[in-house]
Design a protein around this ligand. Structure first.
Ligand code: NAX
Ligand code: K
Length: 524
């Protein structure tokens, strides 16, 4: 599903009205009706005590419409408008008049009577949060802050209108304070702020209501952000051999890091890849061989510290000629000689290259090697590595993950997987995918090694590289969810994720609709 930025949705609003005659008033009516429907779905509307907390903008207008629908359906509704009547938008004002005509009690809330709001909300079964939507444009203070705090402490079921008030629609940042909704009904398309953290946590369960925006506007090419939805896996045909499912070369490991090379090269095979070759320091090969004999080993000369020596360069370039895709980085360490080798390999390998972990640290020292590559490059940084790659501070990245990612993909001519809760995948042309699979149990050493092996496997299965990266991220997250559902979130380890990969592949082959439904946002 496409994900609309604040400016995207404002453009869609204007076009709906100007080009299709679907006025703002129609949209607002549909929005309010959708909210009322969700309240009914989650709480059952008859005899329900509902408080609508509205702002003076159009988000408040939606809340006022919802109030009228809820009252009509049998709920006992009261409306609290935070702010001054003379500040209300035209549409909010029109709907305020309708609410009053329907006999629904309305109170205006200011600093003077805010304590009354607090006690009123405590009596409510449901609070509809219609204070701010995508029009939020500065930190929340004063009476608005107090109103949000009152909503949060009400103990009622909280239904957010469009986005929880206080969450920035584009970035998911909390602008001082925000409503912690149990459910959020969003209009037209989900906003990035509902899917990016911390906003995603404040949104609760998300419902998307189309409110009759013309389909063409919702699917417009100009909207460049989407959820990372799974696609069909190419079939495994009977008359094929290992070479048909990809030949991957992993340059990974050191005397200190034995897990990373094992997880990455084995995950490739467990996610369906054909031929996995691991170039790693000679001293750990006997150990790895005893763990995974399905992998083919290329023992490398090592430095005094047990890391891959620069002298292996020509041999690695030769091996890369054999491969379809090369993965560089897991467990290599940041030893200078090895980092120099990594930069040289990245610069000279004429195949798609996936760079992870210590490989990222190595190329961060001279990003030109990335810009000059002619074949696709995939980078899989976590926040710290992203900061090193871009020179942008971690806090600044958190403020605008999508914006920083977009600029970095373009600047570094790379597909970038920005790891974290709801991992993002950015393409050099500006497209960004928000991944919804995965769980906090996966924030553990070794999990990223499984990811790169999975991405390489998806390429081996025949997806074009951009789709392979998205699918790798999706499958990896879904494998983590599979483990969490069976062993609990703390039981998720790299080994267990790796062994769940075939289960996800099986589900993708046999029941993609079921898997899709697990992660898709609910549509009304
Ligand atoms: N434009 C349209 O066609 C539609 C808009 N809709 C609703 O309208 C919302 C957007 O409406 P608006 O653009 O009027 O904006 P909002 O209603 O989200 O809020 C803007 C109002 O709050 C004020 N404000 C912003 N930040 C503040 C802060 N921190 N402290 C105090 N006041 C603050 C602004 O000055 C403005 O008066 C959407 O989220 C959606 O709920 C829906 O009705 C669907 C159709
Ligand atoms: K809201």
């Amino acid at each position: 599903m496409k994900v609309a930025s604040v400016s995207d949705i404002k453009r869609i609003d204007e076009l709906a009205s100007a080009r299709y005659g679907v006025s703002h008033e129609i949209l607002m009516e549909n929005a309010g009706a959708a909210v009322a429907r969700v309240v009914d779905m989650v709480a059952g509307v008859r005899n329900l005590l509902v408080a609508v907390v509205a702002g003076t903008g159009n988000n408040g207008g939606d809340g006022l419409v919802a109030a009228r629908h809820l009252a009509s359906n049998g709920a006992e509704v009261r409306v609290f408008v935070v702010g001054r009547e003379d500040k209300m938008t035209d549409l909010a004002r029109i709907n305020l008049a309708r609410v009053r005509s329907a006999g629904i009690p309305v109170e205006f809330v200011s600093e003077e009577n805010i304590s009354e709001l607090r006690s009123e909300l405590e009596y409510s079964d449901v609070v509809v949060d219609a204070l701010f939507g995508i029009g939020l444009n500065k930190p929340v203070e004063g009476v608005y802050r107090k109103a949000i705090e009152a909503v949060n402490s009400s103990g009622a079921i909280i239904v957010g209108v469009d986005i929880p008030s206080g969450v920035n629609g584009d970035t998911g940042q909390v602008m001082g304070v925000a409503v912690r909704a149990d459910y959020t009904v969003t209009f037209g398309l989900p906003k990035p702020g509902l899917l990016l953290y911390p906003g995603a946590e404040y949104a609760g369960e998300i419902f998307v209501s189309r409110i009759s925006y013309p389909r063409a506007l919702l699917e417009d090419e100009s909207i460049q952000v989407e959820t990372n939805d799974p696609v069909f896996i190419p079939p495994r045909r009977p008359d094929t051999h290992k070479g048909d499912y990809g030949k991957a070369l992993f340059v990974a490991g050191s005397r200190q890091y034995l897990g990373a090379p094992l997880f990455s090269s084995m995950s490739f095979l467990l996610a369906g890849g054909g031929y996995s070759r691991l170039a790693t320091v000679a001293s750990i090969v006997p150990h790895l061989g005893s763990k995974a004999s399905e992998v083919v080993y290329e023992p490398l000369a090592e430095t005094a510290n047990g890391t891959v020596a620069y002298a292996n360069l020509e041999r690695l370039l030769k091996l890369a000629e054999w491969a379809d895709i090369v993965v560089v980085g897991p467990g290599l360490t940041t030893e200078e000689e090895t980092s120099r080798l990594v930069r040289e390999v990245v610069a000279r390998v004429d195949k798609p290259v996936v760079i992870d972990g210590d490989g990222l640290t190595a190329v961060s020292a001279s990003p030109e090697v990335l810009r000059k590559r002619s074949k696709p490059t995939v980078l899989t940084p976590h926040l710290g590595e992203m900061s090193r790659l871009t020179g942008v501070g971690v806090d600044e990245i958190k403020q605008d993950r999508i914006g920083v990612l977009r600029r970095a993909c373009r600047d570094l001519n790379s597909i970038i997987v920005l790891k974290g809760a709801h991992t993002l995948v950015g393409m050099p042309d500006g497209r960004v995918y928000i991944n919804l699979s995965g769980n906090p149990g996966m924030a553990k050493a070794g999990s990223g090694d499984v990811l790169v092996g999975t991405i390489a496997a998806m390429y081996g299965l025949g997806f074009p590289i951009e789709v392979a990266v998205r699918m790798g991220v999706f499958v990896h997250g879904a494998a983590g969810d599979y483990v969490a559902a069976r062993r609990g979130i703390d039981g998720v380890t790299a080994t267990s994720i790796m062994h769940a990969l075939p289960r996800v592949l099986q589900a993708l082959r046999e029941d993609i609709d079921g898997l899709y439904a697990l992660y898709a946002l609910r549509e009304l």
